[in-house]
Design a binder for this molecule. Structure first.
Ligand code: FAD
Length: 456
């Protein structure tokens, strides 16, 4: 199998009669829109896009692809920085029309089709005063945020998105629709929670929900970058003492009026009065030059960074999981940020721990339970011609802080870091996942991901 095989026109014509969704071949109206991804670094041209109308279309498309020996990419929200939601020459399954969300407020569960975005899911769940851990970008897909991990404002209180996945319906490479849950295909249930699309295509999830909001205390404070070291040391102490309801992330960035700043973004997911108390140190330290923390709807806290990450710009991410934020690491981060080459570039530090850290490393395929922070170096730029300098900046800063890394990397923040990156992402669970790959996808039909190679 290779990724560049053409799909015969006669086969496409036959597939049209077997699916209820839409097909887009190169040259078809809608093809370019269907193949477009958030990250402009990846201008990929699949041999065929199948926009599924239902789960049955996904089964048909997988059987079709396997029959022709053409690999399959799956597009959820299309936001993965690596561009793995599409492919060159293979078949791209587009699940964006599968976005039905059914909330059961009595059971506090939600059945969510895999093409839904976090914005859609949060809105549906918040209509009942409920939510589950999800990514802090309303346009990102529920699918891969969940299948890779799922960092978000609720993770310290309720675990990762994947810890709240009660079950999933999955099309495996043999074209069978299976349910993965603690009682049905438990090995698949283990593996799906952390291995992206390596084991199959999820068509729907069932999630555990929790009472949240509707108002939470959230927002950000800003300080001049000249105070970067001081702010990060404060941030380290503040996060170390935080209750599970509180998450605070630090970001070095450029303000819209061109000033380099350091921000602390925070969200307290408990009652508003408790939230006001918990964020008080953030408002008094410094004091900040700007304070935008206030009670706000949880759905707004979930889309706080949307505007800063528009589709169609060039992006390249490098990240490390960390145990601690030592003084020397802080120095290197602040010094490294100063050399950035685009006003859209940033360095983000996410605070982990709490409930997500109390899950045993072997319980799900996501192994990095003991990491306390994740640092993400995120150059973003608008002109392809300058790409080289932005990549160099990120790679240099990544190397400078590597001695402080746990050695692990969050799979959803990987770009193309090769086999070494893949092994760093799956860590101690790699060999167990490789055995599952042998069982569920021995031909590596699903290879457009941080790929676990089958042994056979
Ligand atoms: C602006 C921005 C903010 C972000 N914020 C967060 C955050 O707060 N927390 C966090 O944890 N992550 C965050 N991320 C990272 C996010 O987890 C990844 O980008 C993730 O891949 C997005 O999911 P998607 O469905 O949009 O991915 P896509 O690009 O559509 O797909 C990426 C991968 O997922 C696989 N996949 C997609 N759908 C399915 C499916 N139904 N079944 C099986 N495999 C599938 C694909 O095969 C592919 O390998 C953010 C990303 C961006 C760009």
């Amino acid at each position: 199998m290779n990724g560049t095989k053409a799909v015969p026109a006669a086969a496409i014509a036959e597939l049209r009669t077997q699916t209820r969704g839409e097909l887009f071949a190169p040259g078809d109206p809608g093809y370019d829109e269907a193949r477009s991804l958030w990250n402009a670094m990846h201008d990929l041209r699949p041999a065929l896009v199948v926009r599924c109308a239902d789960a049955a279309d996904a089964v048909t498309a997988v059987n079709f692809a396997r029959g022709l020996e053409i690999p399959v990419a799956v597009r959820g929200g299309g936001h993965n920085v690596s561009g793995s939601g599409s492919c060159d020459g293979g078949i791209q399954l587009d699940l964006s029309r599968l976005n039905r969300i059914d909330v059961n407020p009595t059971e506090r569960t939600a059945d969510v089709e895999a093409g839904a975005t976090w914005g859609e899911f949060d809105q549906a769940a918040q209509a009942h005063g409920l939510a589950t851990t999800g990514g802090i970008c309303s346009r990102a897909g529920v699918a891969d945020v969940t299948l890779g991990g799922g960092f978000g404002w609720l993770m310290r209180k309720h675990g990762l998105a994947l810890d709240n996945m009660l079950s999933a319906n999955v099309v495996t490479a043999d074209g069978r629709m299976r349910t993965a849950s603690p009682t049905e295909n438990p090995d698949l249930y283990f593996g799906l929670r952390g291995s992206q699309s390596n084991l199959g295509i999820v068509t729907s999830f069932r999630y555990q929900l929790h009472p949240v909001g509707p108002l939470v205390v959230a927002g950000m404070v800003l300080h001049p970058i000249e105070r970067g070291r001081e702010v990060l040391r404060f941030y380290r102490d503040y996060t170390a003492a935080a209750a599970d309801e509180l998450s605070a992330w630090a970001a070095m960035l450029t303000s819209p009026d061109g000033h380099k700043m350091i921000a602390i973004l925070a969200c307290h997911v408990g009652p508003v009065e408790a939230g006001r108390g918990a964020v008080e140190p953030l408002r008094t330290f410094g004091p900040p030059v700007m304070d935008m923390i206030q009670p706000m709807p949880y759905v707004n806290a979930q889309s706080m960074i949307d505007q800063s990450f528009p589709s169609g710009r060039f992006n390249h991410w490098r990240s490390h999981l960390l145990s601690a934020l030592g003084d020397e690491l802080i120095d290197r981060l602040v010094d490294g940020f100063a050399a950035f080459a685009s006003p859209f570039s940033s360095v983000l530090i996410e605070h982990l721990g709490g409930a997500m850290g109390r899950v045993p490393a072997g319980q799900t395929a996501f192994p990095h339970r003991s990491a306390n922070y994740d640092v993400v170096i995120m150059p973003m730029w608008t002109d392809a011609a300058g790409s080289e300098s932005h990549l160099r900046w990120a790679d240099a800063l990544w190397s400078a802080i590597q001695p402080f890394s746990t050695g692990g990397i969050y799979v959803n923040y990987l770009g193309d870091e090769g086999e070494e990156g893949v092994r760093a992402a799956y860590g101690s669970n790699y060999s167990r996942l490789a055995a599952l790959k042998d069982k569920y996808d021995p031909g590596n039909l699903f290879r457009f991901n941080q790929n676990i190679k089958p042994n056979r």
